[in-house]
Design a protein around this ligand. Structure first.
Ligand code: FAD
Ligand code: NAD
Length: 467
């Protein structure tokens, strides 16, 4: 039986960083992975495939600047897009495996299940073994939440994992759930020419994003013929019998909404959130419970109620991003082995890879209003920047929120080309309690989109001066 200082379960972003950090601190580390491939849902079904798909679609359709946004120039097959994605996934996988090998992290393939508080049984198809550990980091991530009433068949009714295995591009698709996954895929697939209907139970998509940015996004989604059904919920989904389709016309799926509307399509994708992958971990043998969505409760050090068992990444819930999962895994290993550590930063950005992309850091106008914080707003439109003109991005916008008295930056919200990169300028300024004067008094490269920060700061300054 092999013994490790630390056993990590799961090779997604949280598990990778926990394992490598512990190994850098001189510890013996084993990492368990139930799939044949390393990288987690991040690399195989989540972040990377969806972003590779997006990049491929943008390149193949020539959707670079928004002005050129159009229907595909040539017929693009799902194979074209998957070919692009697989190239990225393969090289990312090699990088992860190399990193683990170089750092002496022992990769053990199989499904891990606790037998007691320090023993994990690792089961493979034809064999099994037991490993023991002084400490554990559970980094098993999530799987798509399912509605038991739905007829999932992985062909016509799929979740976001199943989407990646479709054999052909559907003509039409209903997407249920206007969260991050539903919104990103709606934009990507519509750009490919799929006729999309997006159904969201709330009154707008992505409720945590600045309302003006969401209004702009929803406007542009409609411009590419995405039908938004907001404030609507799906009551029933039926698959048609191909031989006999009264009420289905030529479509294969019919969704009935609570409002009584029928929506017909070739395919329906459900993305209504995700559940912690904890069911088969044998947590009861360690004395751990999960919440109703399978998530593990941890303290600020990522320590569960059983002190030598830590958990990090999506399995602990919010914010459930690859970016935050990596840092949680690293911090967990630092806490276990006494490495120098910081606490998780209060300020971190969100990047939403819709088309156009969106990014935000800090507070929204809604939050500032609710908290009674006096603020002013500065806006820069990309079309005011030479770089925006060069890119043909007429719709991009950067909104800066500053404290009315201290002039400190409180939030930055961007929609448009490069939003997910540009946001980090605002993040750095905010982390150092920067004011809008930094942007006014400094010079930026020209022509760049970063110039939008200066334009927005001047705009806010003008409003403050006349207030
Ligand atoms: C469609 C989609 C798009 C996304 N886009 C973004 C994005 O753009 N940006 C972003 O920051 N985040 C994005 N995310 C979220 C991101 O993918 C997750 O936050 C991230 O993957 C979580 O990492 P993790 O290490 O916690 O878990 P995962 O990446 O889910 O990895 C968990 C691993 O544990 C393994 N495992 C599970 N149970 C066991 C067991 N019992 N034994 C052994 N191994 C086990 C699994 O096989 C898996 O390999 C996206 C997610 C989805 C679904
Ligand atoms: N760019 C990124 O960072 C990125 C991209 C994709 C996914 N993710 C991660 O993946 C997680 C899961 O994403 P998700 O989109 O599945 O979940 P989500 O929780 O973000 O959104 C689910 C949405 O579905 C709606 N909904 C639920 N049931 C419904 C019903 N019956 N009818 C209509 N609408 C319904 C909810 O109101 C909600 O808006 C996210 O929380 C995020 O952490 C991140």
């Amino acid at each position: 039986m092999r013994h490790f200082d630390l056993v990590v379960i799961g090779t997604g972003p949280a598990g990778q960083k926990a394992a490598i950090q512990a190994s850098k601190l001189g510890k013996d580390v084993g990492i368990i992975e139930k799939k044949e491939v390393v990288g987690g849902s991040c690399l195989h079904t989540g972040t990377i495939p969806s972003k590779a798909l997006r990049e491929a679609v943008m390149a193949l359709t020539g959707t670079t600047g928004q002005r050129e946004r159009s229907r595909p120039q040539k017929k693009i097959t799902l194979d074209d897009v998957i070919f692009w994605s697989n190239r990225v996934i393969r090289s990312e996988m090699e990088i992860i495996e190399d990193q683990m090998m170089r750092n002496g992290v022992e990769l053990i393939r199989g499904t891990g299940r606790f037998e007691d508080a320090h023993t994990l049984k690792v089961t493979r198809e034809h064999s099994s073994e037991r490993v023991t550990g002084d400490y554990f980091v559970i980094a098993t991530g999530t799987t798509p939440a399912h509605d038991p009433m739905l007829p999932y068949d992985n062909i016509n009714v799929v979740d976001s994992d199943g989407l990646l295995h479709l054999k052909r591009l559907p003509r039409s698709m209903v997407i249920v759930g206007g969260g991050v996954i539903g919104t990103e895929y709606a934009c990507i697939l519509a750009t490919l020419g799929v006729q999309i209907t997006l159904i969201e139970g709330r009154d707008s998509l992505l409720g945590f994003v600045d309302h003006e940015v969401i209004e702009a996004l929803q406007y542009h989604m409609r411009q590419v013929d995405i039908t938004l059904r907001l404030g609507e919920r799906v009551e029933r989904v039926e698959l048609s019998d191909p031989e006999n389709r009264p009420g289905f016309s030529n479509s294969l799926v019919r969704a009935t909404l609570e409002s009584g509307k029928h929506i017909r399509s070739d395919t329906l994708m459900y993305c209504i959130g995700r559940s912690g992958a904890t069911q088969s971990l044998g947590l009861e043998n360690v004395g751990l419970e999960t919440d109703h969505r399978g998530r593990i409760k941890v303290n600020e050090f990522y320590q569960s109620e059983v002190p030598h068992v830590y958990a990090a990444g999506d399995v602990i819930g919010f914010p459930a991003l690859a970016s935050t999962s990596m840092e949680q895994g690293r911090l967990a290993a630092c806490h276990i082995f006494g490495g120098s550590t910081n606490s998780f930063p209060e300020l971190f950005p969100y990047g939403i890879y819709a088309i156009p992309e969106i990014s935000m850091v800090g507070k929204t106008e809604g939050q500032l209003t609710e908290e009674g914080i006096p603020y002013e707003m500065g806006i820069a439109r990309y079309k005011e920047c030479a770089r925006g003109q060069l890119l043909g991005d007429d719709i991009g916008m950067l909104k800066m929120l500053v404290h009315e008295e201290t002039r400190e930056l409180l939030g930055v919200h961007i929609i448009g080309t490069g939003a997910t990169e540009l946001i980090h300028i605002g993040q750095v300024a905010m982390a150092h309690h920067g004011t809008l004067d930094f942007f006014i008094q400094n010079v930026f490269n020209y022509p760049t989109l970063a110039e939008a920060y200066k334009i927005a700061a001047l705009n806010a300054n003008n409003k403050l001066a006349t207030a």
